[in-house]
Design a protein around this ligand. Sequence first.
Ligand code: C2E
Ligand code: CA
Ligand code: CA
Length: 647
Amino acid sequence: MRLLMPYTGIVKGVLGMVARHELSARQRKPHIRQLVYVALPCALLLALANYLQSGYPLPGMIVAVTAVLLLGAAFFMSGHEKLLSMAESLLLLFALLASVALGLLGGIAGSGILWIYAFPFLALWLKGQRQGAQWSLIWLLAMAFSMLAGSSIFPFAYAYDEKFVLQASAALLFYSAIALAYNFSRSQLEEKLYVSEQGMQAKTRDYVSRLELAAYQDGVTGLPNRLRLLDILGREIANAQERGHTLLVAHIRLKKMFETANLIGPDASDKLIRNIAATMTATVGSRGIFARVRRDEFVCIYRKHTEDINASEIIRDVLAFRLEYKINDYAVHIDHTIGVASFPSHAGDAETLLRKAAQAMLQAQFANQGLAFYDERIELQFNRQQLLFVQLHETLHKGGLSLHYQGLIDLQTGAVIGAEALARWIDPVSGPVTPAEFIPIAEKSGLIKAFTLWTMREAFGQLARWRAEGLDLFVSINLSSRCILDHQLIDDVRGLLKEYNIPAEAIVLELSEASFADTPETALQNMLSLHKLGFRLSIDDFGTAHTSLSSLKDLKIDELKIDQSFMRSMASDVGSRAIVLSTIQLAHNLNLRVVAEGVESARAEQQLKDMGCDIAQGYHYCKPMPADVFSQWARSWQINRRAVLSA
Ligand code: C2E
Ligand code: CA
Ligand code: CA
């Protein structure tokens, strides 16, 4: 089987099955060797046949000698790349010489007739169309010469019969033409196959490179994407580490891109993003490398040569970003928020550094600033808020919250007339969480509506029970500013009033003064509806947001709660006392009841009494306490008060 191996290649080659346009040196060497394997035994057999045939011993000997010499040399030369062409020519030279020898010595009319006609095929196969045709032409001329003129020049030459010369010449021409035509069509086929293969390869290469681009590049701006950024940053960190440099990573978020894209359409928004990317890259120049990591987020890596994280350079760059862009004749204003983290101060690897820059961006966004540097404490706070959000969600549904009540004292009579409901949360994992911490979380996460409904249900229920027990009190409930914007609030509240069968007049709804800063229509409508239902409305923390009393005239307010900070400063500060006094007087002029909260001493109580304040609340009377403790306290307070009064 192994012996036959060289021959399979020959068969395929002759049949045109090996479609190769240009043979490489590596392919030509076995070609030559295969030919030697075929030609040498054939030539020796032919030589032997000639030798044994009476009258032809000389051609036999010549063929044998030239075969061994020339084919041997060709075999040897095929081992050297530079000599390949010469080796091929030697093969052809052997075939040419053997043909001429046979022609001159009459072999062509004998056994040589079988082999002579193979020459054009061999020449074309080895040398290709052009050189093969040239060799074939030489061969034709040589053969014609040896048959026609040989005998008149060389005395030993064979004299051919005219008829034979005619037939043999026709056969020589015929086989040459066949060989040329065959080789031509074969090379055409090879050419076609080669072209289509090349085309396919080019297409595949193009496709693969486009896939690679898509995997590593942002399609709109052509900037590296997040995946590629990780690579780049990894390399930059390694470089910085080696040279002792600092890296700053800025995470840039474009504000309101979604709304803008919605307004100007997807094509224009792509154009806008491209403009913004171009501005940013041009502003930063070679000092930074940009990537687009999300639809409206970019990252810039700045290299710095000193250890100190001097932000001034970045701030200068950032402030230099143009914010006004012209898209299809629209002037579009795009603001941005930037967070910065640095290597090595904040992180030692690309992934963490990017995360911290993004975190810093959130911190800036949260604080309503244009730029923030990463701060670990703030991240911890963020994480706690995240955790609390999840826990609050669970607690709210599992009933882990409770309401405490703090008494409201009528300053004229000294009687307990109401209670403020204050939410309490003791988390099994995080421990007690103050309302100051969890209410903003509820507000931001959308849990506030469910939370407020729970508070109302709880407080309405408690009020109904106290009333049934003969405890005549009103209950104050804190309403978040978000709730007053809720379209469904009125329906919900109306439903609860019916369910617990309590008069709305026994409920005070406290709204912090800050929520009046910018009162939208829904809030005004809701307040009006609440007032119509009979609820009393109170402004909590009054004095902290500097609202003028006269501007509150139309809001159907019943009560003002002076912020506890005034109680604290009143003891020492004459100015605070003056503010409290004028607030009380002004409120009374507007028919509003005044509550002072944070009353911690008898002295403060006396001062408030002197100023004509209506109601007081504070640690001086009681701390917020669970409902059952509160009702006991309220009863004993009333008994004690009566005892004091009657004494
Ligand atoms: P706020 O409405 O101004 O409630 C009064 C806060 O002052 C309460 O704090 C109360 O415990 C505290 N306080 C009362 N008397 C004194 C005193 O004499 N001295 C001092 N230093 N503090 C006193 P708390 O319970 O921690 O609530 C804080 C804030 O959280 C509340 O301020 C209110 O804005 C909000 N909040 C509490 N519960 C709820 C609720 O159920 N819903 C809503 N929306 N907010 C609530
Ligand atoms: Ca309150
Ligand atoms: Ca308050």
